[in-house]
Design a protein around this ligand. Sequence first.
Ligand code: UD1
Ligand code: CA
Length: 457
Amino acid sequence: MAAGKGTRMKSALPKVLHRLGGRALLEHVIDCARGVSARQMVVITGHEADVVEEFLSQRAVPGLRCVRQMPQLGTGHAVQQAVPVLSDDGITLVLSGDVPLTEAETLRRLLEACLHPSGPCLALLTLDMPDPTGYGRIVRSPDGAVQAIVEQRDASEAQRAITEIYSGIMAVPTRLLRGWLGRLDNHNAQQEYYLTDVVKLAVADGTPVRAHRIADAVQVAGVNSPAQLAELERAYQLRCAHALMAQGVRLADPARLDVRGVLQCGQDVEIDVNCVFQGRVVLEDGVRIGPHCVIANAHIGQGSVIQAMTHIDGERAGVTVGQHAAIGPFARLRPGAQLGREVHIGNFVEVKNSTLADGAKANHLAYLGDATVGERVNYGAGAITANYDGANKHRTVIEADVHVGSNSVLVAPVTLGAGGTVGAGSVVTKDAPPQALTVVRGKTVTVPGWVRPQKKK
Ligand code: UD1
Ligand code: CA
């Protein structure tokens, strides 16, 4: 169900597209459904349906289709739109687009409860909550049998005191669901067709209702407001941190880590505080990440050290750092930076769409854009590739063992031959020959005995 407005988010973005751990709430829910190998997935869209459907079509999930709910008359009405495309012989698992962190194992258990040997039933995922405000309450008879789900706004004082809540997730034989949905009404406080009313209908029909009660509140927590989203984000991050530590990753503080994508780590990886990982990041064995680094879409080779405050963003082209490299502090690696073994990139150095071969160094205050840099090149402080002429980008080729003097400007396209040296402060517009010193700047002029101008008396 992803058709609701999400009024309490107070946002123009549909609620189910808000991000948790770098992915939309809806993506988490879809992954969950994939985890139980759903035969078919139906997303019910409605509010901002175009936006949600466009988002899904970009992800091309196999076996997924959308149906529209227009207008949105409640969760029961939402599921009514989906049943025509479901086959009668299956089990329908109803998930909420705003309940993102349910585990596949939990859903498997719920499906087992639904397919009970004593006959098919309606299975509800429930939980005891110290503060159940806002959730539907599970009403049981004195013998413990589930009788109904009562929404907060329809509940009596006594019912509001019930702490067992409905998670928004149920499993039910499709054939039974179809029958019950046709009998729903909207005689309630919100004048909506509640999916939760199928419980009463099941009870009336003599179909057993089973509650599969779990203890992990994170798995059923719904996102209705920015505060709940932030709270769940922390819970999710803590989960990621513990999973990493279980693999042997050493985190300075599990509460100060943010993984907004997939972080894959080798053995003996250490991560200091306040690092953010986005997209796909691989840290090979023995990598150390200093505090306050932001690393996105990058592959960091074995034994490399990324020092404090470094920003690496590979975006589409990716960033690769070879083995035993030293990056930072305060370095910036942009898309297409490909660094070899033992490359050093120091403070305030920016590298974009450039290849640096093994042992190359750019230690201070420099820019390398669209450059091919050979082995052991030393790229001096303040050196710049002028790669953009205002219309097109051009390449700079710096062959092996070149030393580029401080504050040089390499005006691309230009090639510096192997083993050559460029004198500090040169503006290089022509190719420099190998094994020679190239200096492009004014000659030193000294005027002996020169007298400074004096103030007139
Ligand atoms: C719902 C349940 C409540 C449960 C809670 C758990 C009902 C009536 N109530 O309440 O018992 O405790 O979830 O989180 O089901 N949606 C549609 N179409 C609509 C209305 C909603 O697709 O017409 C979607 C929303 O986008 C959302 C989900 O259904 O993904 C739940 O809707 P929401 O309004 O958040 O229901 P709750 O009030 O949280
Ligand atoms: Ca909700």
